[in-house]
Design a protein around this ligand. Structure first.
Ligand SMILES: Cc1cc2nc3c(=O)[nH]c(=O)nc-3n(C[C@H](O)[C@H](O)[C@H](O)COP(=O)(O)OP(=O)(O)OC[C@H]3O[C@@H](n4cnc5c(N)ncnc54)[C@H](O)[C@@H]3O)c2cc1C
Length: 410
């Protein structure tokens, strides 16, 4: 039987950083076990292949976006977004900032991020076993036995969540953790496109709605919305999808079907003005441009291709001129420009980017990422309960929790 000090299970973003951090204390005694034939398959897909590695906003801002912010505080301060970038800058990779404080490598290529992680693993002599699927872990006295073939003192479990299972993340870690008596919270699909009830909307596939605000209840996003052949997507939708999914009662591990009933999102096409001010503006425009047809006037607020759909939905004759518009139609236009309702029928699970839920944080020590139930067992990355919106925040959660777990194995 081969012996190591620490085994890291899962060679994704979290597993690789955990191995790097762990090997600083215990060089030559770290093994990284990965089920697929290569490391970081999901990392390569991130940011559309460009890797939105983190977000430049302050740690306080990062934490505000996460339900379990107290749990993550310690790991974020132990290994911040700046520490993360520094690790790559040392190896010559530069970064740039894009809209909404998102950070990408200047190469626009997630492979450059993965290559540097591999370089570190190599330099630090981390033993890497690919195509090694961990199926059984037993604890005997002061050590663990993995698949009856590897003996270690400490384990970091970083097998990810359940999305994009073709990258290797298929929920294996939950079973392992459950066998060691950990609580797994409800597991659901997050950052997920929405399927809509109105089939006519799907016909507008390809349209991007910008400078809008999309909301679900009290949650809103000003990021853009994309209309696709199955429904709606884009960063604005993905962000509020987390809130919708949180409110739907289902759990993937128990195969409960998600039931969507009376779920509406709203789009504000003119967020820079209140409803009252938009009313004053439109009354003014009617008096100045009475001969303009409604369908042409709406170009001030809506993408051209969206106007017919808007008119059909509101049952307004777009060929009427502004001067012929009745009070009822005028109010209908204003209300729908400010609160255009779209009914949500479901989620498009195959394109979900993150897993909501995971190993319950109540079972984990936030200062070390060690289990409170099993000594010397640590957790890192998406397998844990916390998650965030899009913008580089989820990778930062994976990297920060993993670095802390790795360091704590000394
Ligand atoms: C399409 C897409 C785009 C994304 N874009 C971004 C982005 O731009 N920015 C961002 O912040 N986040 C993004 N995310 C989310 C981000 O990828 C995850 O938060 C992150 O990968 C989580 O890292 P992880 O290491 O915890 O899990 P994973 O990356 O899923 O890695 C888990 C690893 O464990 C291995 N494994 C599983 N079971 C076993 C087993 N039994 N034995 C051995 N190995 C096992 C898997 O093969 C896998 O390699 C995106 C996600 C997707 C799907």
């Amino acid at each position: 039987m081969k012996e190591f000090k620490v085994a890291i299970i899962g060679g994704g973003s979290a597993g690789m950083i955990a191995a790097i951090a762990a090997s600083k204390n215990s060089k030559n005694s770290i093994i990284l076990l990965e089920k697929t034939d290569s490391l970081g398959k999901k990392l390569l897909l991130t940011g559309g292949g460009r890797c939105n590695i983190t977000n430049s906003s302050s740690i306080k801002e990062h934490l505000k976006l996460i339900n379990n912010k107290n749990f993550l505080k310690h790991s974020f301060y132990s290994f911040s977004n700046e520490d993360l970038l520094e690790l790559f800058k040392k190896k010559g990779l530069d970064f740039k900032e894009e809209k909404n404080n998102r950070i990408f490598p200047k190469t626009n290529d997630s492979r450059s991020v993965l290559n540097i992680l591999k370089e570190y693993l190599n330099e630090l002599n981390v033993k890497i076993n690919l195509k090694f699927e961990v199926s059984k872990i037993t604890k005997e006295n002061n050590h663990f036995i993995i698949n009856n073939s590897i003996k270690v003192s400490k384990i970091i479990l970083s097998t990810g969540g359940i999305t994009y299972p073709q990258t290797g993340s298929s929920g294996d870690g939950y079973k392992i953790a459950k066998n060691f008596n950990h609580t797994i919270t409800n597991i659901k699909h997050g950052l997920v496109p929405l399927i809509v009830k109105d089939k006519y909307l799907n016909e507008l596939s390809g349209i991007t709605l910008e400078n809008i605000e999309v909301s679900y209840g009290k949650y809103s996003s000003t990021k853009e919305v994309l209309i696709s052949h199955f429904g709606i997507s884009g960063p604005g939708i993905l962000d509020i999808s987390n809130k919708i999914v949180e409110n739907i009662d289902y759990n993937i591990l128990e195969k409960n079907k998600a039931i969507f009933k009376n779920i509406f999102i709203k789009i504000d096409f003119y967020p820079k003005m209140t409803l009252e001010n938009l009313n004053i503006k439109i009354i003014n425009d009617i008096s100045l441009n009475g001969k303009t047809k409604i369908k042409n006037y709406l170009k001030n607020y809506l993408p051209n291709k969206f106007i017919d759909f808007f008119l059909k939905k509101t049952e307004i004759n777009g060929d009427k001129t502004l001067s012929n518009i009745g009070k009822k139609d005028k109010n209908k236009i204003i209300n729908n420009l400010k609160e255009f309702k779209i009914e949500v029928k479901g989620i498009y699970k195959d394109l979900s980017k993150i897993t909501i839920g995971g190993i319950a944080i109540k079972d984990i020590n936030p200062k070390t990422m060690e289990s409170k139930i099993i000594k010397n067992l640590y957790f890192a990355g998406e397998i844990l309960e916390p998650y965030s919106i899009s913008g580089g925040y989820n990778l930062q959660i994976a990297f920060s929790t993993a670095y802390l777990a790795g360091e704590s194995t000394k």
